[in-house]
Structures are given as C-alpha cells and as structure tokens.
Design a protein around this ligand. Structure first.
Ligand code: FES
Length: 126
C-alpha cells in the first residue's frame, strides 16, 4: 500500500476511536483517567467511577441551585467519598446523587445521560 493508503488507514483508525456513540453526545474522558471510588470534578461535571459503572451529575445543588463545586478547594480529597455542597454543606452520595443532609433529604443531584463505548470512553449528553 502506498503512502496515501497508509495515511487513510491511520485517519480511519483515529476517527473510529473518537467517534461519538450518538450524534448528540460529546466525549468527556477515558475511564482510565478516573480514579476508582474517588469523586472527580471534570469539565464542570461531578463524576464517580466504581468498576465499569460511572455516575455523572450536574454541578448544581437541589437545595438552592448553587454550585456543589465552586472552587478547587471544594473538590473532595483522596479518600473522601461524598460530594459536599460549597454553599451550605449538604452531602450527596456520589453513586446515586441522593441528598444525605437535612437540607437535601429526598432530593437528588441532576444526573447527566452518559454512555461508555467499546474503547472505555465516557460520553455525555450535554
Ligand atoms: S445550595 Fe447546596 S446546600 Fe444549600
């Protein structure tokens, strides 16, 4: 195969690797970039990986609509297992998004529709 044929092959491979799982989704990250069982703030989304399962939520608190993460200081440290709202301190389960504190009992973070493709790339419906 000539040089042009080789280029086409490489382009096609790259396209296949990054193509969205649907037309309305965008790539958020590779699962390899998410630490297991560590709440992760990524491109303004709250992300949590447990095995091959991932939860993704909007950075908005159901209590008063403030940002859960409003600065780097609000990002959970290694080993912390809950989201804590930066405004009034409400706690949320990182898997289900369920509110665990009085001000947010029976309330949930807003989930973001997402999919993981065959290359373990995480896509979100933004
Ligand atoms: S806005 Fe989050 S606890 Fe009040």
């Amino acid at each position: 195969m000539g040089e042009d044929g080789t280029r086409f092959f490489l382009y096609a491979a790259a396209w296949h690797h990054t193509r969205p799982v649907s037309n309305v989704m965008r790539l958020l990250c590779s699962l390899d970039n998410l630490t297991q069982r560590q709440p992760t703030f990524l491109q303004s989304f709250l992300v949590y990986r447990q095995g091959e399962e991932v939860s993704v939520f909007r950075n908005r608190c159901p209590h008063a609509g403030k940002a859960i993460i409003s600065s780097d200081a609000d990002i959970p440290l290694s080993g912390e297992q809950l989201w804590r709202c930066s405004a009034h301190g409400a706690l949320f389960d990182p898997v289900t998004g369920e509110g665990l504190s009085q001000v947010c009992l029976n309330a949930f973070l807003t989930p973001v529709t997402h999919q993981i493709d065959e290359h373990l790339q995480l896509w979100i419906d933004d």
